[in-house]
Design a protein around this ligand. Structure first.
Ligand code: AMP
Length: 305
């Protein structure tokens, strides 16, 4: 069923303990849409790039069933650019540069064909843009998921809180959950965040997996222990893309199905980190994804005697 994805389509420069990648393809919406494309081929992307973004990458996205009618290509302007450097502990990174470029004055206009999309994935970008997209929907989507980061909490908290109020699922990492709620305990943070609007909360904990909360209900998905993590960039977005892609494919928004979606999201994220940029996300198929999901299942499966 139709899925509307919003977020950055960008260039990234990345340094990890394993090496460097300069001006490679990145962006929250790129990772989200590619991950989701392994579950549904009815994806409507909303974003903005400059004329520096490679045509070949856009062609590739189209080939994967991602509709780019909502991608604004600004002549003579530069795409969003982010640079980051990871510590030896790759759960930690420093942002070296965030250049908004085309994003600074982006005013999204949804093509008519997008306005009835059943699922809405608001990836990381300006909260004002996330709100503008919600407002243009003809009918409220069955599920609205929002991903954001500390950058927007630091510079746009009031606007971010307004948009958070409108969504069903919020996905953030543990430090962001603490920043947003003012609580250190993630259980207490979840309670505070539920009161802000979202019925469901997913807290991503990098190599330590992810937690799904709905009121008193809680579910924990581990991350797959990997021998080598080359580049964690986009893992959170890939998780979100796998999560919403699985929900869109199954059309089921129950807590039980969300648990499965969290595992599919975690499986997609485990692929993402194995190569720089979107390298690995280009090489998957249903068979490789399902066999990875089985690994997650056996990782936590045990018998009570
Ligand atoms: P993640 O590692 O999941 O947090 O996502 C990293 C991706 O998000 C990179 O490909 C960046 O291009 C993009 N990104 C970084 N900072 C921002 C920001 N402030 N707003 C939107 N996208 C961003």
């Amino acid at each position: 069923m139709s899925l509307l994805t919003v977020g950055t389509v960008a260039f990234d420069s990345i340094e990890t303990p394993y090496g460097k990648a300069d001006r490679v393809v990145g962006g929250a919406c790129t990772y989200i849409s590619l991950a989701a494309s392994y579950f549904t081929n009815d994806i409507n992307l909303v974003s903005v790039v400059g004329d520096d973004f490679p045509d070949s990458e856009l062609k590739y996205m189209k080939k994967r069933g991602i509709n780019l009618d909502g991608l604004d290509i600004k002549e003579g302007e530069k795409s969003f650019f982010w640079a980051g450097k990871y510590h030896d502990n790759m759960n930690k990174r420093d942002t070296l540069a965030t250049e908004l470029n085309v994003l600074a004055d982006f005013n999204p206009k949804l093509p008519a064909s997008y306005k009835n999309s059943k699922y809405l994935m608001l990836g990381n970008l300006t909260p004002e843009i996330q709100m503008k997209v919600i407002k243009q929907m003809k009918k409220r989507p069955k599920l609205i998921v929002l991903d954001t980061m500390n950058f927007w909490m630091d510079i746009a908290m009031p606007a971010l809180k307004k948009v958070i109020k409108k969504v069903d699922v919020l996905t953030i990492n543990d430090e962001e959950a603490r920043q947003l709620s003012g609580e250190y305990s993630l259980v207490k943070a979840a309670k505070v965040i539920h009161k802000m609007g979202p019925k469901y909360l997913i807290i991503k904990k990098g190599e330590h997996g992810a937690l799904l909360f709905q009121g008193e209900k809680m579910f924990y998905a581990p991350a797959l222990p990997l021998a080598e993590v080359f580049d964690p960039t986009g893992a959170g977005d890939t998780f979100a893309g796998g999560f919403i892609g699985y929900i869109a494919k199954t059309g089921n928004t129950s807590f039980e199905n969300m648990k499965r979606a969290v595992i599919y999201g975690s499986a997609m994220a485990s692929f993402c980190v194995e190569e720089f940029s979107i390298g690995k996300l280009k090489k998957l198929n249903a068979r490789t994804i399902n066999s990875r999901v089985k690994k997650f299942s056996s990782l936590v499966n045990f018998k009570l005697d």
